[in-house]
Design a protein around this ligand. Structure first.
Ligand code: 5RP
Length: 235
């Protein structure tokens, strides 16, 4: 790890551990995906195994998070059993001043959005470099598309102004999400109308989901050199 990565990891961990303080006994908790969310899962696992926190069940947003939580002894449940989630803790790739997000760098955007929409409270945890004046300035929008006809979706996304890159797995083959779909990373540059873009993506058959998370964050915890800042949407 470079020293920059070490600093980033320290901040991610600090934000994640603060978020876990919001979990109360008896809660159903959405478990996000990615390196920042993993710190929260590890902290939750430690509190549960120490008996400091009791009767919490988690809903993982990916197979990777499911495997991590299981390895730590975090009891898991499903949205079928618990269709309403008390609190979800998840990371993000880019955060705008209105707490809208780009997510999906870890490829779990579809399940992450399903769980976020089922959650009473969505706590997003990031390190400060992820703050952005406008979505799209730092990160492409991942778009999850059905394998059937994915090249047509790439053309559609280009027609909306994106530079489209097919996400690849480590072996160089197209990456497949937990749902078996293809991910197209779409660089739109700074996005002037995220809601308008989201509406166009939502309306397209074959687009299964996209990484624009609008009006879903309730709380944002940002860790940086000055400590941790807690922002609440609308406050
Ligand atoms: O959206 C995500 C996964 O789909 C992640 O939350 C996002 O990519 C941030 O990842 P990290 O915490 O590793 O920086």
């Amino acid at each position: 790890m470079t020293s920059d990565e070490n600093v980033s990891a320290t901040f991610k961990r600090a934000a994640a551990e603060r978020a876990v303080d919001f979990i109360q006994p008896g809660m159903v908790v959405g478990l996000g995906t990615g390196s920042t969310a993993a710190y929260a899962v590890k902290r939750l696992g430690a509190l549960l195994s120490a008996g400091t926190l009791k009767d919490v069940v988690g809903i993982p947003t990916s197979r990777a998070t499911e495997a991590l939580a299981t390895s730590l002894g975090v009891p898991l449940t499903t949205l079928d059993v618990h269709p309403v989630v008390d609190l979800t803790i998840d990371g993000a790739d880019e955060v705008a001043p209105d707490l809208s997000l780009i997510k999906g760098g870890g490829g779990a955007l579809l399940r992450e959005k399903v769980v976020a929409q089922a959650s009473r409270r969505e706590i997003i945890i990031v390190d400060a470099p992820k703050l952005s004046p406008r979505l799209g300035s730092k990160w492409p929008v991942p778009v999850e598309v059905l394998p059937f006809g994915w090249r047509s979706q790439a053309l559609f996304l280009e027609s909306l102004g994106a530079r489209v890159v097919v996400r690849l797995a480590l072996d160089g083959a197209p990456y497949h999400t937990d749902q078996g779909n293809v991910l197209l990373d779409c660089d739109f540059g700074p996005i002037s109308d995220p809601s308008g873009l989201a509406a166009k993506l939502d309306a397209r058959a074959g687009v299964m989901e996209h990484g624009l998370f609008l009006n879903l964050t309730t709380d944002l915890l940002v860790a940086g050199p000055e400590g941790i800042t807690h922002r609440v949407r609308g406050a």
